[in-house]
Design a protein around this ligand. Structure first.
Ligand code: SF4
Length: 183
């Protein structure tokens, strides 16, 4: 039976509290909700994908972070995890998947191949997915251990929690999208 003393409660955002009340910013509440309910889209092409499977399984249990709901349709996911070698032929497909995801959306490059092409410094392999889509978090390793993937997720949660609610309509974000030739 679960011990209620062992249940970790997500810390409240910064705010003001007194007897019977707690006040904070609306954007902090939205950030808290988003960060703890990320829906992953696993784009797994090779070995790093196996590490992700371990990360989702009972020992590491990514569900503890509210991210257990895998989606294989881009329309119902907001966290794209790219795991494995991405060939140049596959790059347009990855872009297409990214484009189909609704805002707000975030990207984690899992492992050396997704981050930089890894050991495959060849004519046919994309030397990092950030050549075709923007990346929020890079997880090093070949392959990274499940703990590292969880660390990447936690890094992303920090970004999501603290990012401005309207970042997606900011000039900087629009410029970033334009630099990747997204409309
Ligand atoms: S980073 Fe290493 S383990 Fe991951 S897909 Fe590339 S070769 Fe495989």
């Amino acid at each position: 039976m679960a011990n209620k003393d062992k249940v970790n409660i997500v810390p409240a955002p910064e705010g003001y509290s007194g007897q019977g009340f707690f006040a904070t910013k609306f954007s902090s509440v939205i950030g808290l909700a988003r960060a703890n309910s990320l829906w992953p889209l696993p784009f797994a092409t090779s070995c790093c994908g196996i590490e992700f499977m371990a990360t989702m399984a009972s020992t590491y249990d990514m569900g503890r972070f509210g991210a257990e709901r895998n989606s294989f349709t881009p329309r119902q996911a907001d966290m794209l995890l790219v795991m494995g070698t991405i060939s140049k032929k596959m790059a347009p497909i990855l872009r297409h998947v990214y484009e189909q995801m609704a805002e707000p959306k975030w990207v984690i490059a899992v492992g050396a191949c997704a981050s930089s092409g890894g050991i495959f410094d060849t004519y046919s392999v994309l030397q990092g997915i950030d050549k075709v889509i923007p990346v929020d978090v890079y997880v090093p390793g070949c392959p990274p251990r499940p703990e590292q993937i969880l660390d990447g997720l936690m890094q992303l949660q920090e970004i999501v929690k603290n990012e401005d609610m309207y970042r997606r309509s900011s000039e900087r974000y629009e410029e970033l999208q334009k630099s990747y030739k997204f409309e």
